[in-house]
Design a protein around this ligand. Structure first.
Ligand SMILES: [Zn+2]
Length: 119
């Protein structure tokens, strides 16, 4: 890269919104925000008993994460079924049990997920 190109690149970074310094990062932030919103929508739909709509939101969020190479938030990973993409609501469509240092979540489809507990 020539010196002038480097300067141009740097000045472009400096003049942009201070909260969003680098172009690629702002793209990721938008994706992360969409995932966050979809997680909230999925939870609300699941709690309202609309599992199908919740599943659509979960699938959309997974697609966005994949496309942007983002790791899904931990709450998202814990409250969604890997097998059927259902948003899990303990007591409604998911069973939560403790088993020797693990939390075992069973989806209504029969899939289990195990997580070590972290305090
Ligand atoms: Zn499931």
């Amino acid at each position: 890269m020539s010196q002038s190109r480097v300067r141009e690149f740097c000045s472009r970074r400096d003049t942009s919104n201070p909260k969003v310094a680098v172009p690629e990062r702002s793209g990721m932030t938008v994706a992360a925000e969409r995932i966050d919103r979809l997680e909230n929508l999925a939870r609300a739909a699941a709690k309202a008993g609309d599992e199908d709509r919740a599943r659509e939101y979960v699938r959309l969020a997974r697609r966005i994460a994949e496309r942007n190479r983002l790791t899904l938030p931990r709450t998202f990973r814990r409250f969604t079924c890997d097998e059927c993409d259902t948003y899990l609501v303990p007591g409604e469509n998911a069973r939560v049990r403790l088993q020797r240092g693990h939390v075992v979540i069973t989806c209504s489809c029969g899939a289990h997920a195990r997580y070590p507990y972290d305090t």
